[in-house]
Design a protein around this ligand. Structure first.
Ligand code: NDP
Length: 267
């Protein structure tokens, strides 16, 4: 049976998901097509999904929280994150929600030896990163330029600080930038002196932004940290969603193999 999938967002024209999924259907001989849908009103997400008779979808900004609320059941770490980026329609026509961003991030850390972590930022992606690190018992501290978004993390038991008031009391093995600082500007995500201090004691730096060396990563490189941008996380989350979408066809295919196929097509 030919199946249809899509990614929802606003804006959505920039999304690489159709490229990644359609390329991989072709490679694995799967009869499916993956499109993109620009949604204006988040209240219509579920209705739109069902009316298009999709077998599954990815949901990106700014609808991940709505996707959490509008599905019939939430699985795994998505429950504690409060956001879903993947929906799968099951055999009883129920929408099952997942968060593959979190596991996609964690899989990108393969081979890293981590005793603790520092996350800069407290937005949606920070929730996925923080909850999966907590799930794997890695003590994690968060800093953010403003206080409001830190409440979610404080309630989940993380150490949280407003960046300007943060005085590190230990060394962090990995510094993770989950802010959009550096995406369309030349900003660092926090004070330069503070960041230099953190980098001088760390081993790894991870920036969720994909496709460029951000000022944060450039600084981390100057301290010879092992650096990663968001590409591998982007591919991993897509590969994990792909496996959920094409469960039967991918029964014997590892998500790492799907990720390797996807990385062939992503510049
Ligand atoms: P949100 O809008 O939910 O959160 C943005 C965060 O960045 C907030 O904590 C905000 O602080 C902070 N911030 C924004 N600008 C600055 C700045 N100039 N200096 C310091 N802090 C700043 O966004 P998301 O968490 O969803 O996404 C963040 C980034 O992660 C984006 O660039 C996105 O592309 C990337 N991403 C990558 C993924 C991947 O697969 N590689 C997956 C998901 C996201 P405040 O709370 O004070 O407003």
């Amino acid at each position: 049976m030919f199946q249809f999938f899509a990614v929802y967002g606003n804006p959505i024209a920039h999304s690489k998901s159709p490229l990644l999924h359609n390329y991989t259907y072709a490679k694995l001989n799967i009869s499916a097509y993956y499109g993109r849908i620009l949604l204006d009103d988040s209240a219509n997400l579920r209705k739109n999904f069902l009316s298009h008779k999709l077998s599954g979808a990815n949901i990106t900004l700014p609808f991940k929280e709505e996707a959490f609320h509008q599905c019939d059941e939430v699985c795994g770490v998505a429950q504690s994150i409060g956001a879903c980026n993947t929906w799968v329609l099951d055999s009883k026509e129920r929408i099952i929600g997942y968060n593959t961003d979190a596991q996609g991030f964690y899989d990108a850390l393969k081979g890293y030896k981590l005793r603790n972590a520092l996350i800069i930022g407290a937005g949606g992606s920070a929730k996925a990163v923080a909850m999966i690190l907590q799930h794997h018992n890695i003590p994690t501290t968060l800093i953010n330029r403003s206080e409001k978004n830190l409440t979610f993390f404080a309630e989940k038991g993380f150490n949280c600080f407003v960046s300007s008031e943060f005085k590190p009391t230990c060394n962090y093995d990995i510094i993770i930038n989950t802010t959009s600082a550096g995406l369309n500007d030349s900003c660092l995500p926090c004070d330069e002196k503070q960041l230099k201090e953190l980098c001088s004691c760390a081993q790894y730096a991870f920036d969720l932004i994909y496709g460029k060396v951000t000022p944060f990563l450039a600084l981390a490189q100057s301290f010879h940290l092992v650096c990663n941008d968001g590409k591998i996380m982007l591919i991993n989350q897509a590969a994990l969603a792909f496996k959920l979408f094409c469960k039967k066809a991918c029964e014997n295919t590892e998500s790492t193999y799907i990720a390797s196929l996807m990385s062939e097509i992503l510049p």
